[in-house]
Design a protein around this ligand. Structure first.
Ligand SMILES: Nc1nc2c(ncn2[C@@H]2O[C@H](COP(=O)(O)OP(=O)(O)OP(=O)(O)O)[C@@H](O)[C@H]2O)c(=O)[nH]1
Ligand SMILES: [Mg+2]
Length: 601
């Protein structure tokens, strides 16, 4: 685990005082239908994760292949970190030390989006790849068991359900897992509300029509769907022969919307309180009537924001190598070299491929960023894809409405330089060896996997496992039913899983979710190009390089913050003066003395 997670290695961590919050809500609720406008859908019983109450869920990670190998390696690292971050605190602690955790079982598979127009609407992957995943899963099942499969891409609701059916396990896509982590890590009221809102928005987009075991069609997850409408499908007021009332889909969506509105009103209350507190802060505490300036520290998740703020303010904010350790805004005061006191605001970290709706769910927390006088962007300089991290953060900041001026004025900080120094050249060589070997092996692997009718998938599975995990598995006898049968079943049921049908049935507010796949396909196919482009582009130069752990560069950072705030103040002052002189120059009737002077001249 240690070697592969180069960009998240650390030793410093502190323990939270708070008790655990939500159970694993999405999966629980997707495995039991959304209950009558349930007051708390997080409490849905029967979670697949409750098998061992004291153990975090065991995920099997499926990473679609990316080119070039460095890109793949970075995404795989992130996927493994995400999988291991899904853990709740118990009695205020995470039970296991992140770096003691075993590397989750994982496999790298062929990515259909690397080949144009090959993404399948029903299962995302081609049948050869699905068969390969199933073969690994079966092999793992016979050993330690797996609670769910995490596929590190964004799936549509239909693709997710179909994969669940074929694999016989809950399937989480990237967004689903991130929401699970939000829910597992949220422990303040605000964070819990926002995490549940994010889960709800996601859930709304996942309502797919499913056929129950008794052959009845309905919406929700397979198997355990309750009857939600007495009239059933088609009774929803279409045409004069239809009965009054709602369709099942409409009913479920209405319930979700009701819960959403309830959450939004609660979040609004929190926002109002925050706004009042902010206004009070601005009035008192500053020098020369300037008010107390706020500096928001933003960045990709795990960049070291909380550690940096703790180091600057000599406090002890919660930090952890688990992704999304911070979910709510925290403020810490710090005195700058000039003697000026400012507030540093810690915020939720960002991550790539997060739909804007989820970002919006955290709007009240992110308001601190919008209201801040200055932004500090922390970048983990050990991340092999730090440029991607950088552009993800800039993109999210733009999405939430941060002004161009503030972005221009933002201070860029490269953190964790101690780690770079510690690594030295030796590790670099080791990593490039790893990537090169992986590239060669995996291109062989994917060539075989591409075939729609593959004879012996077991061999290829072994290659991938040995390469990435140091383990080998024998999954060659694991294919039941046969691939051909599975394919036939999916083709037969194609109509039943149609997204188009869903869209014509109700509002299209979630079109966004349905187009995510297409976007992702386009983005992934451009990844090679982006990587190439970024090589030819000049590297970004940070304002300062620091180590939040060792304290290197922190004084310099404080000086830059001081300087930037001073320049801002001066500019504001001069704007005021200009504004005032404009008022002075306003037209006024000429006075007698003025006229006399003019005549004399
Ligand atoms: N080696 C090294 N590790 C660091 C440094 N700064 C932070 N870390 C480690 O990086 C991990 C993440 O740190 P956090 O401060 O929780 O990062 P964050 O950006 O607040 O993360 P989220 O709240 O999850 O978004 C922790 O394990 C830290 O100990 C540093 O300067 N050097
Ligand atoms: Mg943090």
């Amino acid at each position: 685990m240690l070697r592969i997670l180069t960009w998240s290695r650390s030793s410093l961590r502190s323990r939270s005082q708070f008790a655990p919050s939500s159970p694993f809500s999405i999966l629980s609720s997707s495995y039991s239908t959304f209950n009558k406008g349930s007051e708390d859908n997080q409490s849905a019983a029967g979670s697949v994760f409750s098998r061992y109450p004291s153990d975090p869920p065991r995920l099997f990670v499926v990473q679609p292949r990316l080119r070039p190998a460095t890109f793949l390696q970075a995404k795989l690292n992130e996927a493994l970190c995400l999988a291991n971050s899904l853990e709740e605190q118990r009695d205020g602690y995470f039970h296991s030390d992140f770096f003691d955790k075993e590397l989750p079982p994982h496999v790298v598979v062929q990515n259909p989006s690397l080949k144009s127009a090959k993404i399948r609407a029903d299962t995302y992957f081609g049948p050869g790849t699905v068969e390969n995943i199933k073969c690994h899963l079966n092999a793992l099942e016979s050993k330690d068991g797996v609670d769910a499969v995490f596929v590190n891409i964004i799936l549509s609701g239909v693709q997710q359900r179909n994969l669940e059916r074929i694999l016989g396990k809950p399937v989480l896509d990237r967004v689903g897992l991130i929401i699970e982590i939000f829910n597992a890590h949220a422990h303040t009221k605000e964070a819990k509300l926002q995490a549940e809102l994010a889960a709800l928005m996601y859930k709304k987009s996942r309502l797919v029509r499913v056929r129950r075991l008794d052959g009845r069609n309905t919406f929700g997850a397979s198997g355990e769907v309750e009857v939600v409408s007495a009239r059933g499908r088609g009774s929803g007021g279409r045409g004069f022969i239809s009965g009054a009332g709602e369709t099942e889909l409409q009913l479920q969506r209405r319930r979700i919307l009701e819960r959403r509105n309830h959450l939004l009103s609660q979040i609004e209350e929190v926002r109002r309180t925050r706004a009042v507190q902010r206004a009070a802060r601005k009035k008192r505490g500053g020098l020369d009537g300037r008010g107390l300036a706020t500096v928001a520290v933003v960045g990709y998740t795990n960049a070291g924001k909380s550690t940096l703020i703790s180091a600057l303010s000599d406090s002890n904010l919660y930090s952890d190598a688990r992704l999304f350790a911070t979910l709510d805004a925290r403020l810490k005061s710090v005195v700058l070299p000039s003697g000026r006191k400012v507030l540093l605001s810690d915020t939720v970290g960002f991550i790539s491929d997060l739909p804007v709706q989820l970002v919006e769910a955290f709007h009240s927390t992110l308001e601190e960023v919008l209201e801040a006088n200055l932004l500090v962007h922390v970048i983990d300089c050990t991340a092999p894809n730090r440029d991607e991290h950088r552009s993800t953060v800039l993109q999210v900041l733009q999405q939430i409405g941060v002004s161009e001026e503030k972005l221009q004025n933002m201070i860029e900080v490269w953190n964790k330089i101690d780690y770079e120094e510690e690594m030295g050249a030796g590790e670099d060589v080791e990593m490039s060896d790893f990537s090169a070997a992986e590239d060669v092996e995996m291109s062989d692997f994917s060539a075989a996997e591409d075939g729609e009718t593959k004879d012996s998938p077991g061999e290829d599975c072994d290659v991938a496992f040995e390469l990435l995990d140091g383990k080998s598995v024998d999954g060659s006898d694991a294919l039941k039913p046969s691939l051909g049968e599975l394919q036939q079943t999916m083709d037969d049921k194609q109509d039943d899983y149609s997204d188009g049908w869903l869209l014509s049935e109700d509002d299209t507010a979630d079109d966004y979710w349905n187009t995510l796949n297409e976007q992702q396909q386009a983005e992934t196919s451009n990844e090679c190009k982006v990587e190439k482009d970024s090589e030819s582009q000049p590297q970004h130069v940070p304002h300062v390089k620091v180590s939040a752990l060792t304290g290197v560069g922190l004084q310099e950072l404080l000086e830059i913050i001081d300087e930037k705030l001073k320049v801002q103040d001066d500019r504001l002052k001069s704007e005021k003066v200009v504004g005032n002189s404009y008022i002075d120059r306003k037209w006024r009737p000429p006075r007698k003395e003025d006229e006399e002077v003019a005549v004399e001249q």
